[in-house]
Design a protein around this ligand. Structure first.
Ligand code: A2P
Length: 251
């Protein structure tokens, strides 16, 4: 569920400074909607774009030279602007379409929630022939409650599908983990590790999307939990990959 955006060829924003006359390099974004789009008419695609602002540590002033090219282009675009795009690319994040009752454990940090927002719309909002009958469990890590994305949609699913949707948030700058450190998604996984391991043993698919930096911490946590359970994590991971239960898209 990715799209590529070779951004427009207009002289102001779209020209690659390193290759005069050529457009910018391709950027990959996860799409936060399904093929039906947010209006269910198949005419829109949603992205979850984060625009970062940098401040010079010495002067304290905004340093626009570090602005992200594509994020700013997208965030500054107006209704009606033309954007060149291609995709989708990549198959790691596809849903297991053969089993509408599969369990999906989704681990996201920040804008990594994008594909999961799309999955959950497909599962709970769209009228599709193979209605989702399984369990979807989202672990979402953000800095604080103000940074929660699509929280209203997710909270609705909890109300409407309490037996099929679980939603656990790790608010790193508001909550502490059991060791007094920041509460990260891996700490939430650890809290529910018994259930997570049981679900994986039962064939659940586990998806990761977001910061590349989250994977080492998550792997360490899963390894530690496996050892406590007397299991060999490396072997288990090999099996999960072999069974196509393990899906990772980090950046
Ligand atoms: P924090 O920034 O408080 O350290 P971002 O907004 O940068 O995409 O980050 C999303 C969330 O992921 C934030 O809560 C951030 O915490 C958290 N995060 C940062 N580094 C890691 C990591 N190594 N493992 C797990 N979560 C992380």
């Amino acid at each position: 569920m990715e799209a590529m955006f070779p951004i427009g060829k207009d002289k102001v924003m779209g020209e690659n400074p390193k290759k005069p006359g050529a457009p910018h390099n391709v950027r990959l974004y996860s799409i936060a909607s399904t093929r039906y789009g947010d209006s269910f008419d198949g005419k829109t695609a949603s992205l979850c774009v984060r625009r970062a602002v940098y401040y010079d540590p010495e002067t304290g002033k905004e340093d626009s030279s570090k602005n992200g090219v594509c994020s700013n282009y997208l965030c500054n675009s107006k209704p009606g602007d033309k954007i060149q795009l291609t995709g989708p690319s990549g198959k790691v994040m596809l849903l297991p379409e053969d089993d509408p009752n599969a369990t999906h454990i989704m681990i996201a940090t920040g804008t990594g929630v994008a594909p999961f927002r799309a999955y959950l719309r497909r599962m709970f909002m769209e009228s599709v022939p193979k209605r989702f009958g399984g369990l979807a469990w989202l672990f979402l890590g953000v800095a604080n409650a103000d940074n929660l994305l699509y929280d209203d949609e997710f909270s609705n699913y909890i109300r409407e599908y309490p037996n099929q949707f679980r939603y656990d948030k790790a608010l790193s700058r508001e909550h502490k983990n059991t060791k007094g450190g920041k509460m990260y998604v891996q700490d939430k996984i650890e809290e529910y590790s018994d259930e997570v391991f049981k679900l994986l043993d039962g064939g659940a698919h586990i998806y990761f999307c977001g910061l590349k930096g989250m994977m080492p911490g998550i792997q360490e946590t899963l390894k530690r939990v496996a050892e406590q359970r007397g299991e060999d994590w490396d072997e288990k991971l090999k099996q999960l990959k072999k069974n196509k239960q393990w899906h990772v898209e980090v950046y």
